[in-house]
Design a protein around this ligand. Structure first.
Ligand SMILES: [Zn+2]
Length: 139
């Protein structure tokens, strides 16, 4: 029987460098201030990278939607869009409008179903709405 095992003190390891933490409280997470600072910087960097990744997806969506509008199109097949890099989940706003799901990507508004986007259009009075803080109105 190994009764002794449960009395062995848990050895804490630094979250940053993995070194054993030899002194301090048992819930201490870092071996030194440098590791603590480095860890928090890395976490902040990772959070920034995650935000930038989402912004890049939104910007890519905007470029795709803008190209459609410039080509005179107001609807598109969702499968084709995703094949060209469109990310349906990357939106700047969503609301249920009547029986449709309405999305915006900055100043471009569209409705999206499981298979297509339609009524894609630029929101002309977005700046006015942003200034007054009111909800986007149907055009
Ligand atoms: Zn450390």
């Amino acid at each position: 029987m190994e009764y002794g095992k449960k009395f062995v003190r848990h050895i804490s390891r630094c979250l940053e460098c993995g070194d054993q933490i030899r002194y301090g409280r048992t819930d201490k997470k870092f071996c030194c201030e440098e590791c603590k600072a480095r860890h928090h910087n890395n976490m902040a960097k990772a959070a920034r990278a995650a935000r930038n990744k989402i912004l890049a997806m939104i910007n890519r969506n905007y470029d795709i939607l803008d190209e459609l509008l410039e080509a005179g199109k107001s609807s598109a097949d969702l499968l084709e869009l995703t094949a060209s890099g469109f990310t349906p989940s990357a939106v700047t706003s969503y609301r249920r409008s009547g029986k449709h799901d309405e999305f915006t990507c900055y100043d471009i508004r569209y409705f999206m179903t499981r298979t297509r986007l339609f009524s894609i259009m630029k929101i002309q009075n977005l700046s006015v709405n942003l200034r007054s803080g009111t909800e986007l109105k149907d055009l």
